[in-house]
Write a protein that binds this ligand. Structure first.
Ligand SMILES: Nc1ncnc2c1ncn2[C@@H]1O[C@H](COP(=O)(O)OP(=O)(O)OP(=O)(O)O)[C@@H](O)[C@H]1O
Ligand SMILES: [Mg+2]
Length: 252
């Protein structure tokens, strides 16, 4: 299988002021294949979000390497990083924080399109198409983030992440705050995009049932390290270590 993302020996040490140093991510190596859906599960504080932020370059690595579509982006800046964001997008847990409160949802989505070369008219048309694709009426483009529900805002955030048709979408508890019907619709949309565009996903989620339904492979994190990995089926039905069994038991 062709690889879209590869991390090699990622390590992140936080040294927050007077606090002790925290080894948040330790020797994390994994790949995500083209069209593959990979989950990261693990207890709170195990380093999942930090991995997502290292991969998306929102945080700098302490050591290790990140390859996106074969390009080393570990220390990419400027144009190279901009190119990387054409291939990779991230959706966070809290949708309202990911939009500028002073701009409409449509402006937020169109900005992303215009940054990647679309004209104003093209961006407007594409924004309408994306909102519809994500199950929102096109006129939601005129709403401000505080004027819509959490689920609607999260759909708009996903529409924005999809605006540039990334090869890799990283979702950090992106559907956790949504009610089950909206969540199911969004998962169906993500599945469709995976089939139609061979999109790949790195899916951070504590909902084991969702992971089982949606993902091909699972990475299990504990104390910053990957302690077990395998197909979703194998991990959930036959976990090899007690910690994984505990994670599964604690949510089912
Ligand atoms: N900016 C930061 N400064 C210092 N320590 C941090 C920082 N961000 C995260 N950490 C620490 O790194 C470790 C991993 O945190 P991370 O947010 O990656 O965990 P997580 O697996 O995403 O947890 P959750 O399931 O609660 O979201 C934790 O011990 C956390 O306290
Ligand atoms: Mg987290």
């Amino acid at each position: 299988m062709e690889t879209v993302l590869e991390t090699r020996n990622l390590r992140k040490v936080f040294s927050a002021g007077s606090r002790e140093q925290v080894l948040a991510v330790d020797d994390v190596s994994f790949t995500v294949g083209v069209g593959e859906k990979v989950a990261i599960i693990g207890e709170s504080g195990s380093g999942k979000t930090t991995v997502a932020k290292l991969v998306t370059r929102l945080l700098a690595v302490t050591s290790g390497q990140i390859f996106l579509d074969g390009v080393d982006i570990t220390n990419a800046r400027g144009n190279t990083l901009k190119q990387a964001y054409r291939k990779m997008q991230m959706v966070f847990q809290s949708p309202i924080d990911s939009f500028d409160p002073r701009c409409t949802l449509g402006d937020g989505i169109a900005e992303s399109l215009r940054n990647h070369g679309a004209t104003k008219a093209e961006a407007q048309a594409e924004t309408a198409r994306l909102l519809t694709l994500c199950g929102l009426r096109a006129d939601f483009a005129n709403c401000y983030p505080h004027e819509v529900s959490g689920g609607q805002c999260q759909r708009a955030a996903i529409a924005r992440a999809l605006a540039i048709a990334p090869q890799l979408l990283i979702l950090d508890e992106a559907t956790s705050a949504l009610d089950v019907t909206v969540q199911a619709e969004i998962m169906a949309l993500l599945n469709r995009l995976q089939q139609e565009l061979s999109m790949s996903y790195l899916f951070i989620c504590h909902d084991i049932a969702l992971v089982q339904d949606f993902c091909d492979r699972v990475l299990v994190m504990k104390d910053g390290r990957i302690v077990e990995e395998g197909t979703a089926e194998a991990i959930i039905r036959h976990p090899q270590i007690e910690y994984t069994q505990m994670l599964i038991d604690s949510v089912l």
